[in-house]
Design a protein around this ligand. Structure first.
Ligand SMILES: Cc1cc2nc3c(=O)[nH]c(=O)nc-3n(C[C@H](O)[C@H](O)[C@H](O)COP(=O)(O)O)c2cc1C
Length: 376
C-alpha cells in the first residue's frame, strides 16, 4: 500500500448505510453481561466465525472492550480477555471490509507504541483500523501495571496529549520531538505510516470532561442509556455540549439484543439471564466505580437503579422482542439522530445469525441499510 487516503474504499464503515452496525465485546468471556447464563470462557474460533459473519453481511465495525481482569463476584465475568491490538491485527487479516477497532487504555500504552501498533494494523487491514480511546476507570486493572489513576478530568487532558503525539507520528515524516505535561518523545520515528490519514477515532466518556474530549477529537462519540427517556435526554445533553464547542455531535450507541418468535418469549429470556442469573452485587460495585470514574460516591438509590442495567449489558439499551420489534427499535434510534449501534448478545453465534437472517432484511425495507451485499 502506498500513500495515505482519506476514506479507503475497502471499508464498509464509509458506506451509505444510514444505521451502522457493530459487534461489541466479542473479545471477553461473558461479553456484555454479568450473568451466570454467560459463557465463562473465551473461544477464538467463535470470535473468528462471528467476525466473519458480520463482515460477510456488510456490518460496519468490530469493537472489542479493553479489559485486563475479571470483575470478581459470583461469576467473575470477563475473566478471560483477548488483548485488543493483537485481536484487531488478527481480525484485520481474517476479514475483508469491516472496520476493526482496538480499544486502547491511554495510560497503559505509550503513544509511540500505540501509534506503531495502529499503523501496523492499518497496513494489515488496508486502511480499516479504528481506535476507541478510553482513559480508564478500573483501579484494579491499573494496579496490575503499577499505574495510579490521575484525577478524573486530568485523564482526558492526558488522552488529548496522547492523541496529539499519535497524529503527528501518523502524518509527518521525519522525527518528532515532544515535551508535554504527560509525555516526552525524543526523535520519535514511525514508518510505515497509516494507510488512512487518521484511523477512525471513537470515544465513550459521558462526563463533561469526557464529552469535551470526544466531541473535540473523535469522529464518533458513544451516547448510551438503558432506557429511551434517558437516552433522549442524554442525546440532547450531548448535542448541547457539542454546540457549545461549535461542533456537531456524531453519535453511536450500544445495545444488547434478544430476538425470539414472540415478545413474551424474548422478555422471559431477558428476565432469566438478567433477573434470575444476574450478579447484582458486582453490578452495583461497578456502577459506582464507572459512573464519574468513581470520583464521587453516588446515592445508593441511583446505584441500585443502574445496577440491573449493568447486569444486562454495561448500561446498554436492551432491544428485546420479535425481529419486527427489534427492527422498529433500531429505526427509533436512527430517528434520534444516532448513526449506529454496537450490539452484543448472550450468545454471539446464535445472536448474529438470527439478526442477519431476520432483522437485517427489515432494516433494508425500512431504508436503514441500503448496501445489498448484506442480504446475499
Ligand atoms: C461503548 C463504550 C465502550 C467502552 N469501552 C471501555 C473499555 O473498553 N474499557 C474501559 O475501561 N472503559 C470503557 N468504557 C468506559 C468509558 O471509557 C468511560 O470511562 C465511561 O463511559 C465513564 O465516562 P466518564 O469518565 O466521562 O464519566 C466504555 C464506555 C462505552 C459507553
Amino acid at each position: 500500500m502506498t500513500g495515505q487516503q482519506d476514506s479507503p474504499q475497502r471499508s464498509s464503515f464509509f458506506g451509505d448505510n444510514a444505521l451502522k452496525l457493530g459487534v461489541f465485546c466479542l473479545n471477553v468471556s461473558g461479553g456484555m453481561m454479568l450473568s451466570g447464563a454467560s459463557k465463562p470462557t473465551l473461544d477464538w474460533d467463535e470470535n473468528v466465525s462471528v467476525a466473519k459473519a458480520a463482515d460477510d453481511a456488510g456490518w460496519e465495525f468490530l469493537l472489542p472492550i479493553g479489559r485486563w481482569r475479571g470483575h470478581g463476584g459470583k461469576y467473575n465475568a470477563n475473566a478471560e480477555q483477548y488483548e485488543c491490538f493483537t485481536w484487531a491485527a488478527a481480525m484485520a487479516a481474517l476479514t475483508q471490509r469491516i472496520q476493526v477497532f482496538a480499544t486502547c487504555h491511554v495510560p497503559i500504552y505509550h503513544p509511540m507504541l500505540a501509534a506503531k501498533l495502529s499503523a501496523t494494523i492499518d497496513n494489515i487491514s488496508g486502511g480499516r483500523f479504528g481506535l476507541n480511546i478510553v482513559s480508564g476507570w478500573n483501579a484494579a486493572e491499573f494496579g496490575m501495571f503499577g499505574i495510579e489513576q490521575l484525577p478524573h478530568d486530568d485523564r482526558y487532558l492526558m488522552s488529548a496529549e496522547w492523541l496529539e503525539i499519535m497524529e503527528s507520528l501518523w502524518a509527518k515524516h521525519g522525527e518528532l520531538d515532544h515535551q508535554g505535561r504527560f509525555y516526552t518523545v525524543e526523535k520519535g520515528y514511525l514508518e510505515p505510516k497509516t494507510v488512512q490519514q487518521r484511523p477512525v477515532i471513537v470515544a465513550a466518556g459521558q462526563s463533561p470532561a469526557g464529552l469535551d474530549f470526544g466531541i473535540t477529537h473523535a469522529d464518533y462519540c458513544f451516547v448510551g442509556s438503558d432506557n429511551w427517556d434517558l437516552l433522549e435526554q442524554t442525546m440532547q445533553r450531548c448535542k448541547t455540549h457539542a454546540a457549545g464547542l461549535n461542533r456537531e455531535l456524531n453519535a453511536l450507541t450500544f445495545c444488547t439484543v434478544v430476538v425470539k418468535d414472540t415478545e413474551a418469549e424474548a422478555k422471559r429470556y431477558f428476565e432469566w439471564y438478567v433477573d434470575e442469573l444476574g450478579d447484582l452485587e458486582t453490578a452495583q460495585r461497578l456502577a459506582n466505580n464507572i459512573i464519574s470514574g468513581g470520583a464521587q460516591a453516588l446515592p445508593p438509590e441511583l446505584v441500585a437503579k443502574r445496577a440491573r442495567a449493568y447486569v444486562a449489558g454495561w448500561g446498554a439499551l436492551p432491544l428485546v422482542g420479535t425481529a419486527e420489534q427489534v427492527a422498529e427499535q433500531l429505526a427509533r434510534l436512527s430517528g434520534l439522530g444516532i448513526g449506529g449501534a454496537a450490539l452484543g448478545w448472550l450468545d454471539y453465534t446464535e445472536g448474529i445469525d438470527r439478526f442477519n437472517a431476520e432483522v437485517m432484511p427489515l432494516l433494508h425495507q425500512a431504508g436503514l441499510r441500503t448496501d445489498t451485499r448484506s442480504l446475499s
